[in-house]
Design a binder for this molecule. Sequence first.
Ligand code: PLP
Length: 387
Amino acid sequence: MKIPITKPVFDDADRAAVASPLDTGWVVQGPNVARFEANFATYVGAPSAIACSNCTTGLHMGLAAAGVGPGDEVLVPAFTWVASANAALYCGATPVLCDVSLDTFNVDLNDLEARLTPRTRAVVPVHLFGLPADMGRLMPWARKHGLAVVEDAACGLDARIDGQHVGTFGDYGAFSFHPRKAITTGEGGMVLTADAAKDALVRSLRDHGASKSDATRHAAKNAFLLSEFNVLGYNYRMTDMQGALGVTQLAKARWIHDRRCALAARYDRLLSGLSWLRMPVVPEGWTHGYQSYVCLFAPETPTFAALERLRAERDALMTRLEEDGIQTRQGTHAVHTLGYYRDRFGLRAEDYPNAALAENLSITLPLYPQMTDEEQDYVVEHLRARR
Ligand SMILES: Cc1ncc(COP(=O)(O)O)c(C=O)c1O
């Protein structure tokens, strides 16, 4: 049997949607992007939503719109996709990494507090793998210190705290529609902000800094007059093919999330006897988006001193699973150990011990809505047998 780590869900509605802009001829950001934005805002309970080319550009625009620039520091968890930190560098600011909790893989709020300086301007909480960061504690803390909050909700579709969707707590929230995410537009992203002025600024930033979108201008009188450009913007637009796909993907999001939750609950049950594997834990009242089902390989309490030995054991297990046709992956990477960050900021693995442990001991198990019980049983059976 061959079990991939994930599989996007595409049906005939998606195929027809992608082709539909070819008939009208309007293939750049247009009516389908506008529909996707409106539907997404409704789905997550936000006043509006701004589609963009991917989550990385969404994070960049959030930080730029918050006024982050040279001389500023931005707090970012050390265990996340490199883009969360890169976005601060794109603004000319310095990303200040913070360690994470091994129980949640999300930022450790005590370490966050410890890294605050007079130069700290913003914080990027990441809802890693779809588990919300603790926004109930983080938001009052950020407000007290006057920090802008740009949520990295790349993995956060359907992640909620007491019913409130992630991405709606901070000043800005950025989502990803990369194929590893719950719904996909190939590449794609979405920014949320509840403030009308911030919304207008991000819409302008994604479109070269234009005061009006091309679609609005073309539909109006005097369409021959170009927009005004009063801010430095970027071309971070989503195409209308992607927007059309976003609409049909989002129509399946509820089902996709229900399936992911059901499969995660089944993993929880079937793996509960394995003393060497820690499964994701979801606090009462929270909803995990289950972008990924990421476990921690912990045959003993993980310590930095034992990292290399435990990592070798985990890798041997993942190699055996690969031989069985089962794809597994580490959760994500420890940004401070990536060559660029290590060399530029002189960081050592032990500076963020939990992030280093998370990179080296996490195991992502296959999870996709179409997964059958037989496929999941095969994964569980081999995970038990191959250790
Ligand atoms: C936590 C996190 N942040 C940001 C990104 C970047 O998203 P995108 O590929 O849409 O730019 C990803 C993508 O994997 C991610 O996992």
